[in-house]
Design a binder for this molecule. Structure first.
Ligand code: NAD
Length: 233
């Protein structure tokens, strides 16, 4: 860890983490676009995660979610834990594209689930929520036979308005923005960085280099190593 980077964290009062699937690969959840990623293995993954597909083939959608999205034994890693610690100190907000629930398990206090969460499941017919364990046993709501679905943002669905508002509020107050483990290919998430306070410093930590605005610091490498070394107290 470069001293200058540690100093930026030490001095920051309003850190915003913008994160993606690369935060959870060390917890055993594959990302989408790396060599082992879902999109690399299955070019139709974007279609299988659309509302169009959910409506046209509810059984196929259910099987795809169960086989590829749910990892009930996954545990938070040092990246989630150090970011959670900074939120508990009241110095950070996490805005994540991840839907895996690991930030909650790590005790993250100020968290925006930009693409929703797999941990909330509801019936599309009556909107009642059911436990995830029920969903993993059956795709149909026991009380009315409606199709159950996780509360995640599918490819042809809009980002919830409150997630956008909370993200913009955190970014406009930020003095340090840290992008971690995302290819920045999914919009509108990838455009959020433009709404950061112009005075905020920008750091990105990612296995592959990202195209960043001038003046930003790109740390190319494993985010586990970066957060292992980062002092947060
Ligand atoms: P992505 O697969 O497009 O990109 C992941 C990025 O993380 C890649 O650039 C990769 O090089 C990097 N990366 C992987 N492991 C890393 C590590 N240990 N250290 C540093 N960098 C690492 O993922 P995305 O940008 O988040 O977009 C994918 C979309 O899919 C999102 O919308 C998200 O909702 C969803 N998704 C979520 C999960 C999850 O919840 N864990 C997993 C897969 C996909």
């Amino acid at each position: 860890m470069e001293e200058a980077i540690q100093a930026q964290f030490d001095q920051a009062k309003h850190i915003v983490f913008l994160t993606g699937a690369g935060v959870s690969t060390a917890s055993g959840i594959p990302d989408f676009r790396s060599a082992n990623g879902l999109y690399t293995k299955d070019k139709n993954a974007e279609y299988y995660l659309s509302h169009r597909y959910f409506v046209s083939d509810p059984a196929g959608f259910y099987q795809f979610c169960k086989d590829n999205l749910y990892f009930p034994d996954a545990k938070p890693n040092v990246i989630h834990q150090k970011q959670a610690a900074l939120t508990q100190q009241g110095r950070a907000t996490v805005i994540t594209q991840n839907i895996d629930g690991l930030y909650e398990k790590a005790g993250t206090k100020h968290l925006v689930n930009f693409h929703g969460t797999l941990e909330r499941v509801y019936c599309e017919q009556c909107h009642q929520t059911v436990p995830v364990s029920d969903y993993l046993k059956s795709r149909l709501h026991a009380s009315d036979g409606g199709n159950l679905r996780p509360d995640i943002v599918l490819y042809d669905e809009a980002i919830p308005e409150d997630a956008i508002q909370q993200s913009l509020a955190a970014l406009s107050a930020a003095d340090l923005v840290v992008i971690v483990g995302t290819s920045l290919k999914v919009y509108p998430f990838a455009g959020l960085v433009q709404y950061a306070n112009p005075a905020a410093k920008l750091i990105a930590v990612n296995q592959e280099p990202l195209a960043l605005p001038a003046g930003a610091t790109m740390v190319t490498g494993d985010a586990v190593q970066f957060f292992d070394q980062l002092q947060v107290d």
